[in-house]
Design a binder for this molecule. Sequence first.
Ligand code: B12
Length: 280
Amino acid sequence: MHTADGELLTLQEAADRLKVHYMTAYRWVRRGELPAYKAGGRLRIRAGDLDRFVRDREVDVGLPAGEVRRTNWPVHVDRLSALLLDGKGIEASNAVRKIVADGAPAGDVYLRLISPALHRVGDEWAAGRITVAVEHRATEIAHALMARLSDHFRRRGPSRGTALTMTPPGDHHGLAAGMVADFLRAGGYDVHHLGPNVPIEDLGLFLQIVPTDVVCVSMTNAGAGRDLYAAIVEAAGGTGGALVVFGGQGADPNLAEDVGAGHVADLAALNSRLDVLARP
Ligand code: B12
């Protein structure tokens, strides 16, 4: 779209150019995403601002009004991966904010955007194309994105129980455990998120003091032996204790089953799987 930069448009004209309903354009103005001015009691939009708005959102706008807008995840993953690798935290945050404002559920942002983007970062590291420092920077940006989204996972109403989330000792990959914590909160659990690298002994002491229904362990490093699985179940009170569920890239379903624990691979299915696993 090319217009004279200073040209002033009414909101209806701006909506027409964006091919969206008047109210959609108004919502963007209210949210401060589309800059507008009041002149003669009416909202005016500078054509240059409209151009910039379109450029920023080239994937999202331009669909006929009324059409269901689908989030184009592969395009967003490409963009977010690039921003993470370039260390562009503010731009990454703006991109995620827009995607959510356009209706994408925060849970999808975790599973379909942030996770795959981080996997790409890992691939770059494994191929020797980026340093560990660059990978750390990307992880910190991802952490900040998640912190800003965490309010979306709150749920009011009666508690479904108490859950604990963590990674085992020696596993420093804490982001996924944070996602698990947020999904459990959305599912109605009160969550104690202990984060990464939790010593087993301290887990046991914690669980003796804080009554907990479910312990969700995120395992990223592959190759943990049966002893670790068994020690976690033991710390959770053994067979009569809390339900222990393992998940993550490095979790072994057979070992989980072998020690009497559950295994769930798909985070989106965790809350419903817990209903089944918790049944006597
Ligand atoms: C960031 C990162 C790090 C950071 C972690 C920092 C932090 N605060 O988390 C740091 C720098 C510490 C790190 C260190 C290492 N890392 Co690293 N790291 C990564 C990276 C790039 C992203 C991890 C991540 O957050 N992914 C995003 C999450 C959300 O995705 P996810 O783990 O797949 O989780 C999803 C599902 O699995 C599931 N899920 C996960 N947990 C659970 C639990 C439950 C209950 C359920 C239901 C579901 C579920 O839901 C999630 C959402 O979709 C990955 C690349 C990758 N492929 O993930 C490598 C990666 C995991 N790292 C790897 C390696 C090798 C290492 C090091 C050994 C490197 C080294 N030589 O030092 C060390 C190990 C350190 C340690 N002792 O743990 C390898 C793992 C190989 C393996 N299979 O063991 C990977 C895969 C990189 C690669 N391509 O080779 N790493």
